[in-house]
Design a protein around this ligand. Structure first.
Ligand code: HEC
Ligand code: HEC
Ligand code: HEC
Ligand code: HEC
Ligand code: HEC
Ligand code: HEC
Ligand code: HEC
Length: 390
């Protein structure tokens, strides 16, 4: 269902297949077309241009929740959303929020009793969320302003619900500020981006949806040009090397989006680049226990494993280019690499037992809560990264 979202990719994929079918040694390459340009001059070229040299990584990345976390809504991928039991939900104030297909688009329409003519009607333009955990939220354009709509699609039950954080009465719009996009797209820029007063007005044609290579690897244009001109140089040039980074720098690449909802300070959103120190860009983490939702860094830092080992980071357990959900054999092997022959005193465990299930259990998020129906609010369960004895 999700792969349907990236029609642009399917197109380009065809292009690459055609090219390589003609002649694999052809000097024709997928053109380097900018998808977005940062005011500082950094050009975002997208991952089509990596395929000729990093095909496996690109293909594997296409199925990650990073890549699938945002895209434009297109007419041909709308059908799955309407093919469910109920295409509407009610709020406490008796308004009904319905989802209807009109001229190749889906609209959110809101009705008051007797539910005949909508008093509010807006198209679903952008989808946020890969759907792996909770589902999808939808954004809508009003000229150049970007807003979140009241209805979200809840994947586990395949139905529409009130968006997390929305009150249980009708509210037309919630503005989408840059920090929200900073965690869910590769690049975007709001108007007056250097002003300390944030706004929700964006240039529609300067947004790079999905989290792609450049979000984690920084500028790549010179790297691509160099290697196209120097095909025999097999050593990476003109690109930041993760192996040269300190533990803090490696952690910070992920912490941009996995250390909680810190707000931008000093520097506007989308200024941080791999290699920078994140504390110069985001306000310090709030005191108190870090929440399981989007604060894996805060929790890992409190774990004995992290404190007592020399250079643990996220890549100790995760391959950033692969979808490894539920690959428990792999994850348990990571534990065993450091904890060999783990014999528990009180009970028997063996090398195949579920280390993660006991030491990184699911915990309720205090921040991410969803309202399945008007009178029930439920916390989303997320695996804790405080590796501990529970
Ligand atoms: C014309 C060939 C070519 C293209 C195109 C290319 N690369 Fe590379 N890249 C290389 C070579 C050669 C290396 C060194 C061998 C390796 O690590 O695979 C490399 C290495 C890398 C590395 C590893 C750096 C390190 O830590 O050592 C990254 C990251 C990278 N490329 C990213 C990209 C991205 C992102 C793109 C697309 C925007 C891209 N490359 C396009 C040839 C290319
Ligand atoms: C979520 C962040 C993230 C994204 C997105 C990402 N990478 Fe990486 N990549 C990393 C990290 C971190 C490393 C270093 C891994 C390590 O040192 O253990 C890495 C390593 C690499 C390497 C060198 C080592 C290897 O695995 O061969 C290449 C080449 C590379 N990435 C290319 C890409 C390309 C091409 C894309 C886009 C399709 C991409 N990366 C997307 C984080 C990312
Ligand atoms: C630009 C923001 C951003 C960066 C940088 C980032 N992530 Fe993520 N990551 C996300 C978002 C957003 C999600 C949830 C996507 C969704 O499901 O819609 C996510 C999901 C994940 C998941 C869960 C995958 C799944 O399917 O359950 C893992 C694991 C992960 N990230 C690891 C990393 C690691 C490791 C790094 C650093 C190398 C990193 N991330 C960097 C934003 C980011
Ligand atoms: C600090 C980074 C960050 C910010 C800011 C953020 N998110 Fe997320 N979001 C995440 C991460 C990480 C996840 C994956 C689950 C987790 O770790 O809790 C996620 C999960 C989601 C999901 C569920 C995806 C799924 O696969 O089920 C949706 C929908 C979502 N976010 C929408 C939004 C919207 C809309 C905003 C802004 C109003 C926003 N997020 C702000 C990091 C962020
Ligand atoms: C890079 C090495 C490394 C990895 C990987 C690792 N740990 Fe640890 N862990 C340590 C070290 C070092 C300690 C502290 C000494 C000890 O208790 O063995 C520790 C401590 C622990 C403790 C004791 C916690 C306490 O507060 O007493 C538990 C439980 C634990 N690890 C479980 C795990 C599990 C489960 C995994 C896999 C998800 C894992 N570890 C992965 C290095 C690691
Ligand atoms: C000791 C191993 C280990 C380390 C280190 C680690 N993780 Fe994880 N992570 C896991 C395991 C195990 C899961 C559960 C995978 C699953 O259930 O499919 C997980 C899941 C996740 C998820 C998805 C959570 C959910 O419930 O949807 C995210 C996001 C994530 N990790 C990000 C990170 C980030 C960011 C870092 C670095 C701060 C990191 N992880 C470091 C083992 C680790
Ligand atoms: C059924 C739940 C369970 C499973 C499965 C489990 N543990 Fe534990 N673990 C515990 C409990 C409870 C303790 C507290 C000490 C005890 O009672 O033995 C503990 C203690 C530990 C400790 C710290 C004390 C010590 O003995 O050094 C480490 C490290 C550890 N476990 C690692 C692992 C690893 C690695 C695995 C997977 C091979 C694993 N555990 C599987 C429940 C579990």
């Amino acid at each position: 269902m999700l792969s349907l979202f990236r029609k642009d990719q399917v197109f380009s994929l065809l292009g690459v297949l055609l090219l390589s079918a003609c002649n694999s040694f052809s000097s024709e390459f997928v053109g380097v077309e900018p998808l977005g340009v940062h005011p500082n001059g950094n050009v975002f070229i997208g991952m089509e241009s990596c395929k000729e040299c990093h095909l496996d990584i690109v293909n594997s990345h296409l199925s990650t929740s990073h890549w699938l976390t945002s895209s434009k809504v297109r007419s041909d991928n709308l059908v799955p959303f309407l093919n469910v039991n109920t295409n509407s939900f009610f709020l406490e104030d008796n308004t009904e929020v319905r989802f209807t297909s009109i001229n190749d688009s889906i609209y959110q329409q809101v009705y008051n009793p007797p539910y005949q003519t909508p008093f509010f009607s807006k198209s679903l333009d952008v989808v946020i969320g890969s759907g792996t955990k909770v589902g999808y939220s939808f954004l809508s354009w009003e000229k150049s302003s970007l807003f979140q709509l009241q209805g979200s699609f809840y994947k586990p039950n395949l139905n529409w619900i009130n968006s997390p954080g929305y009150p249980s009465k009708f509210q037309a719009f919630r503005p989408i500020y840059p920090r929200c996009l900073e965690c869910h797209v590769t690049y975007s820029q709001s108007e007056n981006w250097e002003s300390p007063i944030v706004n929700n007005r964006y240039n529609k044609n300067n947004i790079v949806f999905g989290i792609d290579c450049q979000r984690c690897h920084g500028p790549v244009l010179e790297h691509v040009k160099y290697h196209r001109e120097n095909q025999y140089d097999k050593k990476a040039k003109k690109i930041i090397k993760f192996a040269d980074l300190t533990q803090q720098q490696r952690l910070d690449v992920c912490a941009l989006c996995h250390s909680g909802s810190r707000s931008n300070i000093n520097q506007p959103a989308f200024s941080f680049e791999v290699g920078d120190l994140l504390d110069n860009y985001l306000s310090p983490q709030v005191t108190g226990e870090p929440d399981v939702h989007s604060n894996q860094v805060g929790l890992l830092l409190k774990s004995t494993c992290f404190i007592e080992s020399e250079k643990m980071d996220c890549m100790t357990c995760h391959d950033p280019h692969s979808d490894e959900k539920n690959n428990m054999v792999k994850f348990n092997n990571r534990c065993i690499e450091c904890h060999q022959n783990k014999e528990h005193i009180r009970f028997k465990t063996d090398q195949n037992s579920d280390c993660v299930g006991c030491h990184m259990p699911y915990r309720e998020s205090n921040i991410m809560k969803i309202q399945i129906n008007p009178d029930s609010i439920k916390s989303v369960m997320i695996r804790t990264h405080k590796i501990d004895i529970y």
